[in-house]
Design a protein around this ligand. Structure first.
Ligand SMILES: Nc1nc2c(ncn2[C@@H]2O[C@H](COP(=O)(O)OP(=O)(O)OP(=O)(O)O)[C@@H](O)[C@H]2O)c(=O)[nH]1
Length: 348
């Protein structure tokens, strides 16, 4: 992937603040940026017209959008900001219709569609339903029933279509994610997904707990394939992943690194805790029947995901430890630096 694609440097690096940004952040900032030239001219016009209240609403919205852009740009936090932006949009739209009458009802449609860009479809539909109730309350005294019904039905249809589109896109994204990021055989993350998670961890801006990387490899697995066939070997790999799931926490992430080699990101686990996890896992596999009549063991290398070094270094460290575990006779755990053997013996 090129620098420009990563958003971390390259020709367009300045656009993303030379930091990798999530698509949600970019969409939110783009939406707010586009809102400013859409609203500002009306605010200025109303100022010139001395229509103070309407001008104040427009200017407040412009300032709110500016504040959100700065906040998301600096912190990268977009969830709460997305929610606040849609609430501000919706409130601004209702106040505008209240102040200026039905002629401004056209703003309702883009405002409501914008919600689906930054929020989950269910949340967007809930906010827009509330706005529709408010809109009816505002317009009911001014409009004939038929006109009011036309607005309600068209707003309802716009929301229905936007909801269906947004929901379908979400489902397609999930399916795509499964195709692209999960290992077909075992259902754990694949190598691509591991690389992405490691990069995410390196980019994590919030202060976070220590985490560790475990690389594990089945010992003498070739013998299984040779003796029982590839299909039996596949079943053993699936079974190994079940054991890994059983012995890891919901926050830990499992990956197939390649062939009969797997990786675990032990989130929030420092070296000592990760080495305990590795030892438990090693013991669990040794005492589990992955394949009938053939005891199988694993070797594990553990390394800290130290933010001072790069993901490639974490992988290299863990791989070195895995190699050491293999060289030491297999069915073993080796932990990089930091943890002295005595610490480990006490913790195990
Ligand atoms: N059944 C099955 N076997 C696989 C798969 N991917 C890799 N393998 C096998 O895993 C075996 C790996 O063999 P080696 O690299 O020699 O390692 P090993 O026999 O486990 O020996 P050590 O790692 O040194 O303990 C090979 O026989 C591969 O064919 C898979 O998806 N399914």
């Amino acid at each position: 992937m090129s620098d420009a694609e990563k958003g971390e440097g390259g020709r367009f690096g300045w656009l993303s603040g030379r930091r990798k940004r999530s698509i949600e952040e970019v969409i939110l900032m783009l939406l707010c940026t586009l809102s400013i030239p859409s609203i500002l001219p009306f605010g200025i016009y109303r100022l010139v017209q001395r229509n103070w209240l309407s001008a104040a609403v427009d200017m407040a919205l412009v300032l709110a959008m500016l504040a959100v852009i700065v906040h998301v740009w600096r912190t990268g936090r977009h969830r709460v900001a997305s929610f606040c932006v849609t609430l501000a949009y919706s409130a601004g739209m209702l106040v505008t219709v209240y102040l200026r009458g039905v002629s401004l009802v056209y703003w309702v449609y883009p405002t409501m569609i914008a919600c689906y860009f930054v929020l989950r479809p269910g949340v967007a539909v809930a906010i827009n339903s509330g706005s529709l109730v408010g809109l009816v309350a505002i317009l009911a005294p001014q409009l004939e029933v038929l006109n009011l019904m036309t607005i309600v039905v068209t707003v309802g249809l716009v929301n229905l279509f936007a909801y269906i589109f947004s929901h379908r896109t979400g489902e397609q994204n999930k399916a795509l994610h499964t195709e692209v990021e999960l290992d077909f055989l075992t259902g754990v993350g694949n190598r691509r997904s591991l690389d992405r998670k490691l990069a995410d961890h390196a980019d994590e801006r919030r202060p976070h707990l220590a985490s560790c990387l475990l690389l594990l490899d089945l010992d003498h697995f070739k013998q299984v394939n040779d003796r029982y066939g590839h299909a039996a070997g596949d079943r053993a790999l699936v079974r190994l992943c079940e054991v890994m799931r059983l012995h890891t926490r919901a926050t830990d992430r499992l990956f197939r690194y390649g062939g009969e080699e797997f990786a675990i990101i032990a989130n929030g686990a420092a070296l000592l805790a990760a080495s305990r996890l590795a030892e438990n896992l090693r013991a669990a596999v040794a005492s589990t029947c992955l394949i009938d009549g053939h005891p199988l063991t694993i070797s594990i290398g553990v390394a800290a995901m130290d933010k001072r070094t790069a993901p490639a270094d974490w992988l290299m460290q863990a791989d070195k430890m895995l190699y050491a575990a293999k060289q030491g006779g297999r069915n073993a755990v080796r932990v990089a630096d930091a943890v002295a053997p005595s610490d480990y013996a006490q913790g195990a």
